[in-house]
Design a protein around this ligand. Structure first.
Ligand code: GLN
Length: 300
């Protein structure tokens, strides 16, 4: 008996047949692409929202055009070669915000929501009318935008060294209608707070993986400069801890994300620099993910 499925092996056949969405999704599973990933890639091809999986299931007898099919095949291939789904669909959800992402930026991780929650507590706890916040190495803008979205009274600045990352972050801000001040900068070098005031809060999810860490073998597609930082992974964290005091207002906080095993080292660096109330926070995976401290001297 002849198979009811078209022969999907050769592109000539593919162009000749009209495939339904259901058939294309069966093909995706034969390519060992996860079912959910395939559905999200299909929605991308159909230019529908990533939230429309119910629509997809209800309309899976609809036909794909040859161009849509070709695009879907290409995306399946990239996914099966390890390209992160977020880059292929061009977006990632973070702290309830949908952010555009590209290969110029780190894909926001759920781990980083710990940093945002701590930052929001700090901002809400402060009695200031318009606390000044700066996010260093903002990438897609994830941390800065999540703070601004949940603390509208904060004056948020976000910095990145990479102009392409900054352009994407700015676009995310415009799309989400969140007023963040974007600036190109190498950490805090040459930066001043709004109206030359210092900052009440400095936050960062800097690169912190050790050069040569075997974990990097799984992170082939994201910018290395956003991931690794020297032999012990702490070189950017050291720079930030050294720079922060001259930019912090008195009683201002510096909060840093770091690797699961770096809390003690970061706490020690903060204390050595003169920070007080040094403490850490745990992520949902149970790892000590963030460490921060308070700066009690007025900057000059
Ligand atoms: N937490 C990320 C990871 O281990 C790294 C993020 C970073 O270096 N800031 O995949």
């Amino acid at each position: 008996m002849r198979s009811k499925w078209p022969n999907l092996k050769t592109p000539t056949n593919i162009n000749a047949v009209n495939l339904t969405l259901a058939q294309a999704l069966v093909h995706a599973s034969a390519q060992a692409v996860d079912r959910l990933d395939a559905q999200l890639l299909m929605l991308k091809v159909l230019m529908r929202e990533q939230t429309e999986r119910a629509w997809l299931i209800a309309h899976d007898d609809q036909l794909l055009t040859p161009n849509q099919w070709r695009e879907f095949e290409q995306l399946l291939l990239s996914r099966s070669q390890g390209q992160p789904l977020a880059y292929l669909v061009g977006e990632k959800e973070f702290f309830g915000l949908t952010l555009n992402v590209s290969a110029h930026v780190l894909i926001p991780r759920p781990d980083t929501e710990t940093l945002v929650e701590w930052a929001l507590n700090t901002v809400k706890f402060s009695c200031l009318q318009a606390p000044t916040v700066v996010d260093l190495g903002t990438g897609s803008g994830a941390v800065a935008l999540a703070i601004k979205a949940n603390a509208q009274h904060a004056q948020v600045t976000a910095l990145d060294l990479n102009p392409e990352a900054l352009a994407l972050a700015r676009l995310n801000g415009q799309r989400l209608q969140l007023d963040v001040h974007w600036m190109e900068s190498n950490w805090l070098q040459g930066i001043q707070g709004p109206q030359t005031r210092g900052f009440d809060l400095v936050v960062s999810n800097p690169p912190y993986i050790e050069d040569g860490d075997p974990h990097m073998a799984q992170l082939l597609f994201e910018p290395v400069s956003a991931l690794t930082a020297g032999a012990d992974g702490l070189s950017d964290i050291r720079t930030i801890i050294q720079q922060a005091p001259s930019h912090l207002n008195t009683d201002g906080w510096l909060l840093l994300e770091h690797g699961w095993n770096q809390a003690n080292a970061v706490a020690q660096l903060l204390r050595q620099q003169g920070f007080t109330d040094v403490q850490s926070r745990t992520d949902l995976g149970g790892n000590t993910r963030c460490t921060g401290g308070k700066w009690v001297f007025t900057h000059t």
